[in-house]
Design a protein around this ligand. Structure first.
Ligand code: PLP
Length: 418
């Protein structure tokens, strides 16, 4: 690439191939400047669940821009932020009654960690300031978030001397339908950690049911049920990072619903704002929130990103939830899941280690990353946008994708291996 003015993410700028120029996008299609169009099979890093340029979402954004693009939430308030806070409380599991906004998933995670640590401090337990996390986790690229990502594989090992030291457990094994005995082994490890270190541990953070960017590890709802009990027993808050899993991706509105487990704190991002603008929400139960109520000003939560509760972000998110509910998206998601199961699980090749599907997510895990070299170009030539990473070739399509379009995506993934 000649032009190095723009520095791209996760890219070696010396050797990076020229990126594809997108001129516009509509529905599931990216329209390239050379006239080609590609089905976006990864929803622009999983956020564009309604497809691009959805007329109602675009109108909601435009209408809000005409009123005001932004006002601070410090000392001021507005309808879109209040309505969205209320809506998120309504659609998330019972008990999550308070919404704190921020500008991206990573910041939403930072907020959750600070909230958990200050919760214990406010209760007179300031020594509880470590976090337990899982290997294969990905929680974002900012410092606190990096500290709870997989310490070796999480892209951040270079920075490990700078990061707070947290406690890591093996990623839960055995997949979504793991045997109870396998789940129990992993829970025993969590129990041992909490028993030994509960005086230091403020919270246990997980991506519920599906570890996404750290390697698409699906795991059992039983693990979350067991973790809920152990956190209760040893006094650790349970944090669900649903930035990737939220809004239907695992086949229920939230992974928490699918597992029937309510965390103390839950983070939403990515699909929250449907790809229109960055935003995140960190929700908390009364138990957490009430620990910040005090006559002592130092017990207040001292965090406030400039753009938190941005009215345009909130207006789009509200419209997004409305469309999700009105158009029966859970039905679309289960249709995607069954098409993926019927057509992806049977892909065979000596280069493949595993194929798995959960909700609207389909993953082919190669034995070696080299098996995916050239896969992106191959897909683009067939009209499909995929972005494999590590050993994983995956699809997380917009939920509005048609059967034919989805079959084209799956066929492309098949052909690459077969
Ligand atoms: C993408 C992601 C994040 C980070 O969100 P950003 O908006 O990129 O900061 C955090 N947690 C999970 C589970 C994610 O998938």
């Amino acid at each position: 690439m000649k032009d190095k003015t723009l520095w791209y993410p996760y890219a070696q700028m010396k050797s990076m191939a020229a990126p594809y120029e997108v001129e516009s996008a509509r529905g599931v299609y990216l329209h390239l400047s050379d006239g080609r169009r590609l089905i976006d099979a990864v929803s622009s890093w999983w956020c564009v669940i309604h497809g691009y340029n959805h007329p109602e979402l675009t109108k909601a954004a435009k209408d809000q821009y005409d009123k005001m693009a932004h006002v601070m939430l410090g000392g001021l308030t507005h309808r879109p932020a209040r309505d969205l806070a209320e809506k998120l409380v309504e659609i998330t599991p019972e008990g999550l009654n308070h919404t704190f906004f921020s500008d991206s998933g990573s910041v939403g995670v930072e907020v959750s960690l600070k909230m958990a640590i200050q919760y214990w401090s406010n209760l007179g337990r300031p020594e509880k300031r470590k976090i337990a996390a899982l290997k294969k986790a990905y929680h974002g690229d900012t410092t606190g978030a990096m500290s709870v990502c997989d310490p070796v594989e999480g892209m951040h090992s270079l920075f490990s001397p700078l990061l707070p030291r947290q406690y890591f457990l093996e990623a839960p094994r055995g997949g979504f339908e793991a045997e109870q005995s396998a789940v129990q082994k992993d829970l025993d490890a969590l129990g041992q950690l909490l028993e030994a270190r509960h005086n230091e541990i403020a919270a246990f953070i997980v991506e519920p049911l599906m570890q996404a960017a750290g390697g698409f590890n699906f795991y059992s709802p039983q693990y979350l049920k067991g973790a809920r009990e152990l956190c209760e027993r040893y006094g650790a808050l349970l944090i669900f990072d649903e930035v990737a899993t939220g809004f239907g991706r695992t086949g229920a509105m939230f992974a928490a619903n699918k597992a029937q487990v309510t965390p103390d704190i839950m983070i939403l991002g990515k699909a929250l704002t449907c790809g229109y603008t960055g935003h995140a929400a960190t929700l908390a139960t009364d138990k957490v929130f009430d620990a910040f109520l005090s006559d002592d000003p130092d017990k207040a939560f001292m965090h406030g990103p400039t753009f938190m509760g941005n009215p345009v972000a909130c207006a789009v998110a509200l419209k997004g939830v409305e469309i999700f509910e009105r158009e029966g998206y859970m039905g679309k998601i289960s249709r995607i899941e069954s098409l993926l199961k019927e057509n992806l699980l049977s892909v065979k090749s000596p280069a493949i280690a595993d194929v798995r599907v959960l909700g609207a997510t389909g993953v082919i895990e190669a034995k070696d990353a080299s098996a995916l070299e050239g896969a992106q170009k191959f897909a683009v030539e067939r009209g499909v946008w995929l972005r494999p990473f590590g050993n994983y070739l995956y699809t997380m399509p917009p939920y509005i994708i048609s059967d034919d379009e989805l079959l084209k995506v799956v066929q492309t993934m098949r052909e690459w291996f077969e």
